[in-house]
Write a protein that binds this ligand. Structure first.
Ligand SMILES: C[S@@+](CC[C@H](N)C(=O)[O-])C[C@H]1O[C@@H](n2cnc3c(N)ncnc32)[C@H](O)[C@@H]1O
Length: 245
């Protein structure tokens, strides 16, 4: 299964990087409000390193983990002094750290077939052990109900040298969202040749109340977010800040 191969990694970085860019000021505010002003931040599903670069600039050390090597190629260029690992966040050894972030719905992705609600609870237990006292886990995800009924929603976006067509559907029995993504990326300077590619992304939709309850049982104090700072999420997109007690 393809997971942000070269073309889609480029398109995500140039066409969807505004999510990480717009979230960064609010995320930094959350860290500062908890007196986390330096130290190591681990970013799970770091993508092309936009948030990692903001963290470095603000004086943190960064370990970024992502399953897509093409995403990490961009991240290494953007944030050369961060450490990056090409691994699933479910397998990676999380070091002792001050905060852990996972922004842009990463934890719901099913690129790693071992991902499930149970696997995430095991990950959160591991995260709780790795965080310093008062340390933060900040992440966002999609809840069920993104696509109503048995509809298939079609969307497109374009940039100067790419276009992307997405068909979205939701399985309400399994709480799984499927994005069928056809991309076109220019292969020449005059945009006369385009490479066509296709990826299918499955995402598990997570229940925020259940997650908050389970995180509290693991030993976190939990707060819900409607966005990062001034930047608001779209309907059905929720954030949680979990502080190690
Ligand atoms: C929507 S992108 C968000 C990227 C970045 N956080 C941002 O906001 O720009 C989701 C990212 O999660 C990564 N991802 C999905 N499943 C993963 C897994 N099991 N382990 C590590 N990374 C994963 C993808 O490769 C992709 O880079």
């Amino acid at each position: 299964m393809k997971a942000y191969d070269k073309d889609l990694a480029y398109i995500h970085d140039t066409g969807h990087g505004d999510f990480a860019g717009n979230s960064a000021p609010g995320l930094l505010q959350i860290l500062h409000s908890c007196n986390i002003n330096s130290g190591l931040v681990v970013d799970l599903g770091c993508g092309s390193g936009i948030w990692a670069a903001s963290l470095l600039e603000a004086g943190y050390r960064v370990l970024g983990v992502d399953i897509s090597e093409p995403m990490l190629e961009i991240a290494r260029q953007r944030a050369p002094s961060a450490e990056f690992r090409c691994q699933s966040f479910l397998n990676t050894q999380i070091p002792a750290c001050d905060a852990i972030t996972s922004i842009g719905e990463c934890l719901g992705y099913l690129f790693d077939e071992a991902n499930s609600y149970g696997a995430l609870l095991t990950l959160f237990t591991q995260i709780h052990k790795s965080l310093s006292p008062g340390g933060l886990l900040i992440f966002d995800f999609l809840e069920p109900g993104i696509v109503k009924g048995s509809q298939q929603v079609q969307r497109f976006r374009e940039g100067t040298d790419w276009a992307v067509l997405v068909e979205l559907s939701e399985n309400h029995a399994t709480n799984r969202l499927t994005r069928r993504i056809t991309s076109f990326r220019s292969k020449g300077s005059d945009n006369s040749h385009y490479h066509r590619d296709y990826e299918e992304h499955n995402v598990q939709l997570l229940n925020s109340s259940l997650l908050a309850k389970d995180l509290r049982e693991i030993g976190f104090r939990v707060r819900r977010l409607r966005g990062y700072g001034e930047y608001r999420f779209r309907p059905g997109h929720i954030g949680l800040v979990a502080r190690k007690i």
